[in-house]
Structures are given as structure tokens and as C-alpha cells.
Write a protein that binds this ligand. Structure first.
Ligand SMILES: C[S@@+](CC[C@H](N)C(=O)[O-])C[C@H]1O[C@@H](n2cnc3c(N)ncnc32)[C@H](O)[C@@H]1O
Length: 267
């Protein structure tokens, strides 16, 4: 089942490939859950799902807690009159001002489906600033939200940095990390998922945390671009490579082939 949110770098098309490397375990931990493509298409007894994006995590917590009631609460935002430029900017403004976290979560879903390319981007002050997307008829992902709520029965969602999430991992856990990828070109910008950037220091720290967990018997798999620098950072891991077609340009309108890798850290 597809994730209900559009999300840059989502792994829906790679789920089967990632699953061939995933060992069984008591709990799947995803420190960079994003739209949760792997979580939605696996069957672990429990899940710990984290991300630094608070808007994303709070939305998941409402859907988990309320299920159908929250889906019904979101539906009116998808009325045809809301698929309009002026209305979009009014609702985006409301999203940036409101203190009502339930309303904010529903608006986050609305913005994801009505904004340009499903991007999630914030300005320096933390305001969501993606322009109107001009779609004919934005899709209300009812079935996908139902599936998410079902699958979330044995999940914990938390807003956290990957270091904090990985620090809590223990024997029996399997960890899948899908960080913002290293840039392929100097103009490509993959660090705009949230207000905080994700640079080389973070890529290196992630590899260090993975090595540490593997030494304690917790397997860790990391996705990234297949570049010389990435291979160096993941030297402690077993590397699996493949080619994918994906959006790689800044403005997201150009599809190119890029080599990706899955690094398996295990003891
Ligand atoms: C490539 S996306 C993950 C996509 C996900 N696998 C999916 O299928 O949709 C990377 C995610 O990492 C999150 N992120 C960025 N920096 C982070 C950090 N320091 N710690 C945890 N999550 C972070 C972003 O908010 C984004 O959701």
C-alpha cells in the first residue's frame, strides 16, 4: 500500500529490494520515517518511527489515535472550492498561525496534496512556504490513511533526531535509515526537508552510530546515493548497489538515473 503523503525520497518503489536485506526482529526502527513506505509494507511485531519534522509526527499521532474520526475531519478540506490559488494561500497562512494542533495536522495533509510537487519546505522562521500546486483534482487518500491507522496499532511515533532514536535501540531491533541523501551535484539541494540541514557531519555521525549498533548485535541498513565519498563513510558495511530512476534536480521536474546503495551494518 502506498503512503498517504507525497514525500521527497519516499521508498515505495524500493520496498521489495530493501526487504530482501531486512532480517527478522522484534521491532523495526526507522529514525527517518518520512512517509513510512517501509513501515507500511512490512510486518514486524512493533515499530519505533521517528523524524525531526514535528508536523509530520503530530499528524501521524492524530491518525493513530483517532483513525476514522480524523479521516472524516480532514475530508472537507478536499472540497473542490479549496483547490484554488487564493484559498490555498489562506489555508497555508492558517497553518502557519494556528495553535490548534489537530487543525494544523489536517492542514498539513491538505498542503501536501495541494502544494507544488508535494514538497515540504519551510522558511527561516519555520513557516511552510511551498507555492500552490495547480493540480486538477487533488486526491484524498482515504484508503491509504485507513491502512496507515491499522498498521500504526503497534507503532510509536516520536519527533527526534536520529542520534536520540538510535541511542534507544536494543537487541531484537532492526534499524532502517533513509537519511536525506548526499547531494550528487553542487547545485542539488537535498537538505531542505526541515528547518535543519543535514550535511557531511551528520552523514558521518549516522555511519558511526550504525557501526556502534552493529557491534552490539543490532543490524542497521542505510540507503544513500552510490558515490565514492559515501562508500568511504560506510566502509564498515556490506554494500549493495542498484540503479533507480528518480527526481534528482532542484526543481524536481527532471528524471535521471542515479546509482543508489544499501549499506548493511551487521556483526
Ligand atoms: C529521504 S526522507 C525519508 C523517506 C522515507 N523513507 C519514505 O519512504 O518516505 C528523509 C527524512 O529524514 C528526516 N530528517 C532530516 N534530518 C533528520 C535528522 N537529523 N534526524 C531524523 N530525521 C531527519 C526528514 O524530515 C525526512 O522525512
Amino acid at each position: 500500500m502506498k503512503p498517504f503523503l507525497k514525500w521527497a525520497g519516499n521508498k515505495y518503489k524500493l520496498v521489495e529490494r530493501i526487504k530482501t536485506l531486512l532480517p527478522p526482529g522484534e521491532r523495526l526502527v526507522e529514525p527517518f520515517v518520512g512517509s513510512g513506505a517501509l513501515f507500511l509494507n512490512t510486518d514486524y511485531p512493533r515499530y519505533l518511527l521517528s523524524d525531526t519534522n514535528a508536523d509530520l509526527i503530530v499528524l501521524y499521532q492524530y491518525l493513530q489515535a483517532e483513525g476514522e474520526a480524523f479521516i472524516n475531519y480532514c475530508r472537507p478540506l478536499f472540497a473542490p472550492e479549496n483547490n484554488d490559488r487564493d484559498r490555498y494561500y489562506t489555508l497555508r497562512d492558517e497553518f502557519n498561525r494556528t495553535n490548534d494542533s489537530r487543525r494544523k495536522s489536517a492542514l498539513f495533509l491538505y498542503l501536501n496534496k495541494h502544494g507544488y510537487n508535494g514538497l515540504c519546505r519551510y522558511n527561516r522562521k519555520g513557516g511552510f512556504n511551498v507555492p500552490f500546486g495547480r493540480y486538477k483534482r487533488p486526491y484524498f487518500p482515504e484508503a491509504e490513511m485507513h491502512h496507515f491507522a491499522q498498521q500504526a496499532r503497534h507503532a510509536i511515533f516520536q519527533q527526534a533526531n536520529f542520534v536520540a532514536t538510535m541511542a534507544t535501540c536494543q537487541s531484537g531491533d532492526v534499524v532502517y535509515c533513509d537519511p536525506p541523501y548526499v547531494p550528487l551535484t553542487s547545485t542539488a539541494n537535498f537538505t531542505s526537508y526541515s528547518a535543519n540541514g543535514f550535511g557531511w557531519a551528520e552523514q558521518q555521525e549516522l555511519a558511526r552510530q550504525a557501526t556502534k549498533l552493529a557491534q552490539r548485535g543490532v543490524p542497521v541498513i542505510i540507503s544513500n546515493h552510490d558515490t565514492e565519498e559515501v562508500r568511504q563513510v560506510y566502509e564498515a558495511a556490506e554494500i549493495n548497489t542498484f540503479e533507480v530512476r528518480r527526481f534528482i534536480s532542484c526543481n524536481g521536474d527532471k528524471r535521471e538515473k542515479a546509482a543508489e546503495l544499501l549499506a548493511l551494518f551487521s556483526s
